[in-house]
Design a protein around this ligand. Structure first.
Ligand SMILES: C[S@@+](CC[C@H](N)C(=O)[O-])C[C@H]1O[C@@H](n2cnc3c(N)ncnc32)[C@H](O)[C@@H]1O
Length: 256
């Protein structure tokens, strides 16, 4: 069959935290219309199944193995778009939050390929929300910061600049460095009793929540089993048991 040809367009699409019900309508539409989907490791099979008959290529890092290099991803997107394929670059959460989506947009712009960004629900917001933790709450926190826990160079200067206890800290990619992160905040004067949460595989069937304090976070026993996790630190974590999560779970159980 002769492939369909369209004016080149690459859609940089946010897949949200995992549950396809948390996709935007536009993301779901772009997936259903796609010819080629390049997806990251954290994109769930349920989300990917919305891609219908598209060719699907995994370009993410898996279990310590390197994924497709960034320049190679750019090349595949550009070549496919020039051939008139509808390309979806599907990234977990929001494509422009700690996911190198900006670099992909720059590469497409440099190659003269029209592209669009379809925002997604970032895990930085979805994970606390689904656990019943409002990242801001009158009287507890009127701001939040999202940092990458991937390297000390990334989070160090940000955390050092925060007045202890003044806001909610959300850490992505921080499971392996949780002891260093917690130690750093404690040394900066954060109270050991500050509530902390680790939210694993939010919105998926293997979702798990750990709740404790900042002083317990470093030694928290987590069975990560390859699951992604979001860390939340701040007084708002104490609201996690306030009924929101229970309500959401009951709602989910009713819907099943
Ligand atoms: C490379 S970053 C990309 C973030 C993504 N662009 C976003 O906006 O959510 C991947 C990190 O997001 C977090 N994450 C993604 N999906 C998650 C989920 N379902 N539950 C908890 N954390 C998740 C984890 O911290 C993971 O290491």
């Amino acid at each position: 069959m002769t492939p369909r040809r369209f004016a080149p367009l690459v859609s940089l699409v946010g897949a949200g935290p995992g549950d396809p019900d948390l996709l935007t309508r536009k993301a779901a539409r772009r997936l259903s219309e796609a010819d080629l989907v390049l997806y990251d490791a954290l994109v769930t099979p349920e989300t990917l199944s919305l891609a219908g008959g598209a060719t699907r290529i995994s370009v993410g890092k898996r279990a310590g193995r390197p994924g497709t290099s960034q320049p190679a991803i750019h090349k595949i997107m550009i070549r496919a778009a020039r051939r008139g394929r509808r390309v979806v670059r599907l990234k977990c959460g929001d494509p422009f939050v700690l996911g190198r989506g900006g670099e992909e947009a720059q590469a497409l712009a440099a190659a003269g390929i029209p592209f669009e960004v379809v925002p997604g629900v970032s895990a930085a917001l979805a994970a606390p929300a689904l656990a019943g933790i409002p990242v801001t709450h009158r009287g507890l926190a009127s701001a939040f910061v999202v940092v990458s826990g991937h390297s000390e160079r990334a989070y160090g200067p940000v955390l050092d600049g925060l007045a202890p206890g003044s806001l909610t800290v959300v850490v992505l990619m921080g499971l392996a460095s949780r002891a260093e992160l917690a130690g750093r905040l404690l040394r900066r004067g954060w109270l050991p009793a500050t509530p902390a949460a680790v939210l694993l595989a939010t919105s998926t069937a293997t979702e798990t929540t750990w709740i404790g304090t900042l002083s317990e976070l470093g030694a928290s026993a987590l069975v990560e089993a390859g699951r992604p996790g979001t860390i939340v630190i701040g007084d708002v974590v104490a609201l996690a048991g306030a009924g929101v999560a229970e309500g959401a779970r009951a709602e989910a159980a009713r819907a099943r």
